[in-house]
Design a protein around this ligand. Structure first.
Ligand code: LLP
Length: 437
């Protein structure tokens, strides 16, 4: 490989490009495994110090494949799924159903039935009507189903509006004020076992304050509920932020874990109750920085935006179909040249995709060498979470392959979609779609 090329997991970007093409999601296996272990150990240590225990679920919505599910299980994590499809991936990875949590604000009756039938470890109930649905399914299958109850704590997490999930005007969970009655309803069913309360205040959160406040509010209710029966656990959700650019100041996981343990221990002492098992559900913090996307530059265009200013648009072979986050959340990313080093002066650029709309932007602003040109490879770091999982086939682009790299070796986790994949469900294709490949 040319000297100066970016290497990921011991493999150069040009070698990955030659083997798999672009756009390409590249996941650094050891990074993902280490982040999972770091979260597991940080929370275990922080809670051990206050006489408590923790369970870490990997939130599969961030990115899930059978292989990644196995990495998480091997790291001692459980897995959180939120649809029948995510459940199917976990089962295809031979994950013990007892290690799965099942989420969702509108689980279908068949999703509920299947989850109960196979023995999912915990179902997170999101509404009062769901209590009856899960109770009936458990009754039908002669099971006692562990359930949590998702509470909307009313805590306003400081993050993008679309990523905050505990403000009053949103669809998730039930209000604190209605929770005691809902728990009584859960306890009235022999087919349900109440594990505890659940809170998820949002995503890409940097400060502990919102989590701490949610923990306080939930523990006050948790203490009241102890009068009516056991409440062995408390689930405080996920949402720990990662650095997308050098401007992001991330709170270290050990700090967050210590803050969680401190507030839980202090509140439990104040309320005179035992410390429950505390579960968390991070997704992005595990897989986000393990992933990068490689693209090939197709065109470079200097556009005059007014009399004085010119903006350089560097267009790549993917875009909002492989990374929707910039268009959807105005997310910030950085970019770097991946196939060579350059002495050219840096130039401010905008990295755009190849889709038919002007909002199709991957990186809003960053610097690339002034001589960046067609054929160069670019890498956009920190695309491991919510990029593949939000990917689409807009403009009939096939979704990119996902490749894992580790110690100089690479392998495909999910292969690239072909034109055959794109056409196979179109019932009007006359000749056998097989001929398309
Ligand atoms: N638990 C629950 C109940 C959740 O809804 C989520 C994320 C998580 C855990 C994991 O959150 P994390 O640790 O990954 O932040 N598409 C958005 C993020 C949506 C998050 C949805 N729920 C994005 O690309 O930023």
């Amino acid at each position: 490989a040319p000297s100066g090329a970016l290497r990921i997991g011991g493999i150069s970007a040009p070698a990955l490009h030659a083997a798999y093409g672009t756009p390409l999601y590249v996941i650094d296996e050891l990074d993902a495994r280490e982040r999972a272990a770091e979260l597991r150990d940080a929370f275990a240590a922080a809670f051990a110090a206050v006489g408590g225990r923790t369970t870490v679920y990997y939130a599969g919505k961030a990115f899930l494949s059978t292989e990644v599910a196995r990495w998480m299980i091997e790291a001692g994590l459980n897995i959180d799924v939120c649809s029948g499809g995510e459940l199917a991936v976990a089962l295809a990875a031979d994950v013990d159903p007892a290690r799965l949590g099942f989420h969702g604000n509108n689980k279908s009756l068949s999703e509920i039935d299947h989850a109960v039938e196979i023995g999912v470890g915990a179902i997170v109930l999101d509404s009062v009507v769901e209590i009856e649905r899960v109770a009936q399914a458990a009754h039908r299958h002669g099971r006692v189903q562990n359930v949590r109850l998702r509470i909307n704590s009313g805590v306003h997490a400081s993050t993008h509006e679309y990523l905050a999930t505990a403000r009053e005007d949103q669809k998730f969970g039930i209000p604190l004020a209605d929770a005691a009655a809902a728990v009584a309803a859960i306890r009235s069913h022999d087919s349900l076992r109440f594990l505890g309360l659940h809170s998820h205040i949002g995503s890409q959160i940097f400060e502990s304050a919102g989590f701490v406040e949610a923990a306080r509010r939930l523990l006050a209710l948790h203490a009241e509920l102890l009068a009516g029966g056991e409440v062995p656990e408390l689930n405080l959700g996920g949402g720990f932020g990662i650095a997308y650019t050098s401007a992001d100041e991330v709170t270290p996981i050990a700090r967050i874990a210590a803050d969680f343990a401190e507030v839980v221990a202090a509140e439990c002492a104040r309320l005179g109750i035992p410390v429950p098992v505390v579960a968390i559900e991070p997704g992005r913090a595990i897989i986000g920085t393990a992933g990068a996307t490689l693209y090939e530059v197709g065109t470079v265009k200097d556009v005059s935006v007014d009399e004085r200013a010119v903006r350089r648009y560097v267009s790549v072979d993917g875009g909002m179909s492989d990374n929707l986050r910039t268009a959807l959340y105005k997310a910030e990313y950085s970019v770097r040249i991946a196939n060579r080093v350059s002495d050219a002066d840096p130039a401010l650029v905008r990295v755009a995709g190849k889709h038919c709309e002007s909002g199709d932007i991957v990186v809003q602003h960053d610097y690339l060498p002034g001589d960046v040109s067609p054929g160069d490879l670019l890498a956009v770091p920190a695309t491991g979470a919510y990029c593949w999982s939000l990917a689409s086939n807009y403009n009939y682009l096939g979704r990119p392959a996902v490749v894992a790299v580790r110690e100089g070796r690479s392998r495909v986790l999910i292969r690239r979609e072909t034109e055959y994949d794109l056409l196979r469900r179109d019932t009007g294709v006359s000749s056998g779609a097989e001929d398309l490949d």
